[in-house]
Write a new protein. Structure first.
Ligand code: CP3
Length: 350
């Protein structure tokens, strides 16, 4: 029977309402683990593919055809709004985002202008194409959080420990807050464009914020993430907040104002539930590397995640980080059905 996306298990779990089974989606469910993705992307640079509405729609929908996942995530990248706002950035295959001129001084801030909806016309165009085919499963929009975006801008590219980023955070708080403030503005605009076009939930990726201590999170990061969640509150869609290695800051991430807090695989979900406190749903957190192990291992670990997830007020099953490119899509299909069956009253979704 057709269900309005509003009543879908994914949105119900985000709102901490009863669900018929634990909803599932996977970060990076679209992408390099899928042969059909590699075919569509052949010869098209990553960031160019993110500006072509037909390609965004096709790649977003590819995993929806293969898996019984409960939500789609827009195919884009956290660098898309920065490039649209005029930052010289590219995504190099096998490396990641690379910035032409790193941001290290207050003069460099001039290169970060606000993002206007007119800078990203392909986003609403793509969202309309996706919604026309998606049926009753909701679409998740997303953006990068200020710390993670700042890390790429300051380091000039991917980095192991984000040392230059933390050095600037300690050494020049004025520049730090000015930079994160501008990035928060860009992120707010980019999320608002997606919600206005029809995204039913949003996720803020602060992938690398696990690099800071709790006290530094409170001083240097929280004011900016809080402002983003506050700006999106009126939109009325669930707001998800995710980072990697965030065990020490889960409580503060919850304080920043999201409805759902994502956890990586390092913190068991029952412990994560204690750390985020009441009034929050959780998302996570099977180790993506576990999907490369034998099925019996995957089954045992996934069942454990489902069981621990029951201690949260709401639980959206996901991995603790993105799908690894070498993952077998058949394993993701089987895992999705397993989670639905293990968690469902009738043992079957639908
Ligand atoms: O399915 C989905 O989850 C939606 C697609 C998505 C992409 N990037 C597509 C992509 C999402 C949600 C992102 C977010 C993103 N981008 C994050 C936050 C999530 C996370 O993984 O922590 C970050 C840190 C980035 C920056 C980025 N972009 C990295 C580190 C890389 C990988 C570089 C590499 O080659 O290993 C990218 C490129 C990228 N973004 C790819 C995809 C499918 C691979 C590029 C390709 O297919 O050629």
């Amino acid at each position: 029977m057709a269900v309005h996306p509003r009543d879908s298990p994914f949105l119900r779990a985000c709102r901490r309402e009863p669900v018929p089974y634990t909803p599932v989606w996977f970060m990076r469910q679209a992408g390099r683990s899928l042969p059909e993705y590699r075919r569509v992307r052949a010869g098209v640079p990553m960031l160019e593919s993110c500006t072509r509405p037909d390609m965004i729609a096709e790649i977003t929908l590819q995993p929806m055809r293969r898996y019984h996942v409960d939500a789609a995530i827009l195919f884009s990248d956290i660098m898309v709004p920065l490039r649209a706002a005029g930052v010289g950035v590219d995504i190099k295959p096998g490396i990641g985002p690379v910035v032409d001129d790193p941001v290290r001084t207050s003069a460099d801030l001039a290169r970060l202008r606000p993002l206007d909806a007119g800078d990203v016309p392909y986003i609403p165009q793509a969202v309309r194409m996706i919604l026309a085919e998606l049926g009753d499963r909701p679409l998740i929009g997303f953006a990068g959080a200020p710390f993670t975006l700042a890390s790429y801008l300051i380091e000039g590219g991917p980095s192991r420990n984000h040392d230059t980023t933390r050095a600037l955070m300690y050494g020049d708080p004025g520049l730090w807050h000015a930079l994160l403030g501008r990035l928060a503005d860009i992120t707010i605009s980019f999320l608002q464009v997606q919600v206005a076009a029809g995204a039913a939930a949003i996720q803020l990726f602060d992938s690398w914020v696990g690099a800071v201590s709790a006290e530094d999170y409170r001083q240097a990061v929280l004011p900016h993430t809080s402002r983003i969640f506050a700006a999106l509150a009126a939109a009325g869609v669930p707001r998800i907040h995710f980072g990697v290695g965030t065990g020490e800051v889960l409580g503060l991430m919850a304080e920043a104002g999201a409805d759902v807090v994502g956890a990586d695989w390092r913190v068991p979900l029952d412990e994560a539930a204690r750390r985020v406190g009441p009034g929050k749903a959780l998302q996570g957190n099977l180790d993506p590397a576990a999907l490369l192990a034998p099925w019996e291992v995957i089954k045992e670990r996934a069942t454990d995640v489902v069981e621990r997830g029951r201690t949260a007020e709401g639980h959206v099953f996901n991995l603790g980080h993105g799908v690894l490119p070498e993952t077998d899509p058949a394993v993701l299909a089987r895992l999705t059905d397993l989670v639905h069956a293990e968690s469902g009253l009738s043992g079957r979704p639908g």
